[in-house]
Design a protein around this ligand. Structure first.
Ligand code: GDP
Length: 300
């Protein structure tokens, strides 16, 4: 939480401060409420959600009459947490069926932070005492396998890779096989995310998943989204959701944007929870997503 707060402080705090400032005004006229709504929309929270939060706040502020800063903060906190969904199950399914290994696929557009997230995730799992195999199924991007190899060495995970241009599904198959043969707890498959043709992507990801499922159930398909890309990221999310059954979202680069509201939008549209957030490029910069802590970090 301390980390999250520090990381978000730089980028998101202005959003929280602006909202708190607006809500603390003595006279909240229509213009002020419009500003509040605009601030929420500016944070990529989505127009309808922004309106709903604004309406709810307006009703509650009217009931309250005069407001102390603490009351304003508590109201705003409650509304934001409510919209983010405090009751969604955000746990990673790494132990669900008790059979080893659990298999996680990491998908998303190139550049969103897939490989980095795969490495960080391995770090978390190794830290929890689990053994991990990483599958470098992003065979399209030349440096991806090297990058993953470096992560593997860094965090203490095995890496399965093949040459550039190899069939991603065969790498995924081998990674799961090695996971089974060496009895590791978790296999994480890093996939390629080129979006130039939707059919190509669909074929490839579908094939990777089918091939993996010949040997083991896929427990999680994590979609990596770059929080700084706003509506573009939402568009990508729609494409991936149409192609694979996503079980959770990892929102990366939250350290570099005031547009954390995308959390709300992506959950609404995809119907899957944000499970993890990326807060930097380092090995420990991956955190579980907790709505309360997230909102507290925003509000400062
Ligand atoms: P991929 O193509 O999706 O596998 O993306 P990479 O994992 O190679 O990441 C692309 C760039 O984003 C790299 O420079 C990463 O270090 C950086 N990156 C990934 N996650 C984060 C994050 O949470 N915060 C920041 N600031 N940078 C990140």
């Amino acid at each position: 939480l301390v980390r999250l707060r520090a990381r978000l402080a730089r980028s998101q705090n202005t959003f929280g401060k602006t909202l708190l400032g607006l809500l603390s005004r003595d006279h909240l006229d229509d213009d002020a409420w419009d500003e509040i709504e605009d601030t929420l929309i500016g944070a990529d929270i989505g127009v309808s959600v922004a309106r709903q939060i604004t309406d709810d706040l307006r009703t509650r502020v009217q009931v309250l009459g005069s407001r102390t800063p603490d009351e304003v903060r508590a109201l705003l906190r409650e509304e934001l947490v409510k919209q983010i969904g405090p009751d969604l199950d955000r746990s990673l399914r790494t132990d669900r069926h008790g059979e080893k290994p659990a298999v996680l696929m990491v998908v998303g557009v190139n550049g969103t932070g897939k490989t980095t997230t795969t490495g960080k995730l391995a770090r978390v799992l190794v830290g929890d005492g689990k053994t991990v195999v990483l599958g470098a199924a992003d065979t399209f991007r030349a440096a991806a396998a090297d990058q993953l190899q470096t992560w593997g060495e860094r965090v203490g995970a095995q890496v399965v890779r093949k040459g550039e241009g190899a069939d991603p599904a065969s790498v995924a198959f081998d990674a799961v096989k090695q996971g089974i043969d060496t009895k590791v707890d978790t296999v994480i498959i890093d996939t390629a995310g080129r979006l130039h043709t939707k059919t190509g992507l669909m074929d490839e990801l579908g094939k990777v998943k089918r091939v993996v499922e010949k040997q083991a159930a896929v427990d999680e398909v994590l979609l990596v989204l770059d929080a700084t890309t706003g509506q573009n990221g939402m568009q990508q999310a729609r494409v991936f959701a149409a192609v694979v059954n996503i079980t959770g979202v990892v929102l990366t680069k939250l350290d570099g944007t005031a547009k954390g509201g995308i959390v709300v939008q992506v959950q609404r549209e995809l119907g899957v929870p944000v499970k993890l957030v990326g807060l930097g490029e380092g090995p420990d910069d991956l955190a579980p997503f907790e709505p309360g802590a997230f909102v507290d970090a925003i509000l400062g």
